[in-house]
Design a protein around this ligand. Structure first.
Ligand code: RB5
Length: 150
């Protein structure tokens, strides 16, 4: 699967481990940066990853900042993006099963690298359950469209 990956300076230290895990799992990574600890603005990297996912070039995306909060806020401003901030595996599983999350947000200052990688592993391994959960996603997606037209 092709997966877009982005981080800011706060997430940079976690990125390599996630890149290695994705490669180990056989995924192709589109690395949208950043590539150092020099200060950058996380919305730029959320935009880059969300564009890859919305445009269909990547099936899913992973965003990492210090807490994951800024990335998730920025990502969820993009239509068609359902970004989930997860600090443990149960939320990661449910964000796929019930919410069909297509972007996973991680906080590098919250998580250790081992837990972050287990969260990514779980998130990618879990399928969307659809059914009543699809109805609910369609409900908020329709609201998103209506709000865009206002
Ligand atoms: C950067 O210092 C930090 O604010 C950012 O990585 C993130 O945690 C924002 O939500």
């Amino acid at each position: 699967m092709k997966i877009a990956l982005g981080c800011d300076h706060g997430g940079y230290e976690l990125k390599d481990g996630v890149v290695n895990l994705l490669a180990e799992l056989g995924h192709e990574v589109v690395d949208c940066g950043t590539n150092s600890v020099a200060s950058v603005n996380y919305p730029d990297f959320a935009e880059a990853v969300c564009s890859q996912v919305k445009g269909g070039n990547c099936i899913m995306g992973v965003l990492i900042c210090g807490t994951g909060i800024g990335m998730s806020m920025a990502a969820n401003r993009h239509p068609e993006i359902r970004a989930a901030l997860c600090h443990e595996q149960f939320s990661a599983q449910m964000s796929r099963e019930h919410n069909d999350a297509n972007v996973l947000c991680l906080g590098a200052r919250v998580l250790g690298p081992g837990l972050a990688q287990e969260i990514v592993r779980t998130w990618l391994a879990t399928e969307f359950a659809a059914g009543r959960h699809l109805t609910r996603i369609e409900m908020f997606s329709a609201m998103e469209l209506l709000n865009d037209k206002k």
